[in-house]
Design a protein around this ligand. Structure first.
Ligand code: ZN
Length: 204
């Protein structure tokens, strides 16, 4: 009988007799899990900004702010590079930016302070929110709403942040700067909040 990789693999996978086979099986499954989690992490595209933030170390983060943004400086309104150029022009930034197709960009490292909140205050009275928060910008205009792919990416990213930080508040920009800010525009806040409390495999 001809022995190839597949027959060896099948034998290993179906054999229950030897301890060594069990170890190989566990190692293989662990490798698969690591591979899948790595794939999901690598979906974040780095487009690091040079301005609009300050370098920080060991800051404590317990707030997440959701925004929306589009390019209103001429050209395609949903163009990622034009939006980033606009941020540079105004000296602002956010940690993440989620494009219309759900693609997630990292603009500022989480440990650094991104200038995204402006003059604002939290329900517990704290001000200067940039230093304790993370910001996520959803690419969307006043007349549009976010796409389902964007919502899915936002939920995935939020769950990842919830797992890594003790978030006291997840709020809209309009919640922390009422009267001054109205974003995220046309955003189904209730649906988002329901989705971040579900298990990931209940999303579809
Ligand atoms: Zn905003």
């Amino acid at each position: 009988m001809k022995t190839n990789f597949l027959t060896i693999f099948a034998k290993v996978f179906h054999s229950n007799n030897l301890l060594v086979m069990k170890v190989i099986k566990i190692a293989f499954l662990t490798f698969l899990v690591l591979l899948i989690s790595n794939i999901s992490l690598s979906q974040i595209i780095n487009k690091k900004m040079k301005t609009g933030f300050r370098v920080s170390q060991n800051r404590s983060i317990d707030v997440l702010i959701i925004h929306s943004v589009f390019n209103n400086s001429g050209g395609e309104i949903y163009d990622i590079d034009l939006i980033i150029k606009q941020f540079s022009k105004y000296g602002v930034s956010s940690h993440y930016l989620i494009g219309r197709g759900g693609e997630t960009y990292r603009l500022v490292d989480e440990n650094n302070v991104a200038y995204h909140a402006g003059k604002s205050s939290l329900p517990d009275g704290r001000q200067s929110l940039n230093s304790c928060s993370l910001g996520i910008e959803m690419v969307c205009s006043f007349n549009d709403s976010i796409t389902y792919l964007q919502l899915e990416s936002l939920v995935k990213l939020t769950k990842d942040l919830q797992a890594r930080y003790k978030l006291k508040y997840i709020l809209r920009h309009s919640d922390i700067a009422p009267g001054r800010k109205t974003d995220p525009w046309n955003f189904d806040w209730e649906k988002f909040n329901q989705m971040i409390t579900l298990n990931t495999n209940q999303l579809k």
